[in-house]
Design a protein around this ligand. Structure first.
Ligand code: PEP
Length: 251
């Protein structure tokens, strides 16, 4: 990818059938991606659709493919899990790790996040590490400390984090019940992340209720290298519009 590119990606979470996933990929593949120079698009489909989306996009695609999760072991008796080699085999070049929904509902901890980050790096797959504080922590002024602790734990023992992406996703900003963050709500956390990890990791992204309407102001926050989007990019036309918009900002 181009150095200094703006990352713009979406996780589809637990949405889309195989047919819907392929239709999305087909629409994306039909766009001449040279108009997204300076932007690094990525999509994170459900694991059931990874290989089909990879094949539909084609091997030359500029769009990076990711998995929503992967286990830290390479193989074994872990019923229901997928390993990094398995998701890589299906086309994933990055893996989302530690999303707040996984931390809340599936027992993901700082320790398992760290194991998964190291597993991803062992196999040359970029970890996209999600960190973020609850509303309670935000209101008590503890955001920087909380996020820094999560990020440090995620990267513990990692000698070379140059392939790591960190997505700051305040829990209070994510999903249908979330409220959009204002630039002043997130600036301090990004300053802290930049100070500690900025030159070592591949990128610092913001996620949580990103829309076409607030993308530009979010990208103006110093140290924000990209956007990680949920709902506002689940329709392919909306994702394409966002990619066009962001690419236009840097043109
Ligand atoms: C997310 O859950 O990571 C996310 C960014 O979701 P949304 O954009 O829908 O708030």
């Amino acid at each position: 990818m181009a150095a200094g590119a703006t990352w713009v990606g979406t996780s589809w979470k637990m949405t889309k059938t195989l047919a819907e996933s392929v239709a999305y990929a087909r629409a994306l593949a039909a766009v001449d991606s040279s108009r997204w120079a300076g932007t690094q698009p990525f999509i994170i489909p459900p694991a059931t659709a990874l290989a089909a989306v990879r094949d539909t996009l084609g091997h030359q695609s500029q769009v990076l493919l990711g998995a929503q999760n992967a286990h830290w072991e390479d193989a074994g008796a872990w019923t229901g899990e997928l390993s990094v080699p398995q998701v890589a085999d299906a086309g994933a070049r990055l893996v989302e790790i530690g999303h707040s929904e996984r931390r809340e509902h599936f027992g993901e901890t700082d320790h398992t996040v760290n194991l998964k980050v190291r597993a991803a790096l062992r196999h040359g797959v970029r970890p996209l590490v999600c960190v973020g504080e609850s509303d309670q922590v935000f209101r008590s002024g503890g955001s920087v400390e909380h996020v820094r602790r999560q990020a440090r734990a995620a990267l513990a023992g990692v000698g070379d984090p140059s392939q790591v992406l960190i997505a700051y996703e305040p829990v209070w900003a994510i999903g249908a019940g979330g409220r959009s963050a204002r630039p002043e709500d997130i600036a301090e956390v990004f300053a802290a992340l930049r100070a500690e990890f900025g030159s070592a990791v591949e990128g610092l992204l913001y996620g949580g209720s990103v829309t076409l309407g607030n993308a530009a102001q979010t990208l103006k926050v110093p140290a924000v290298d990209g956007l990680f989007v949920g709902r506002a990019a689940w329709a392919v036309d909306d994702f394409i519009a966002l990619l066009d918009h962001v690419s236009g900002l840097s043109a």
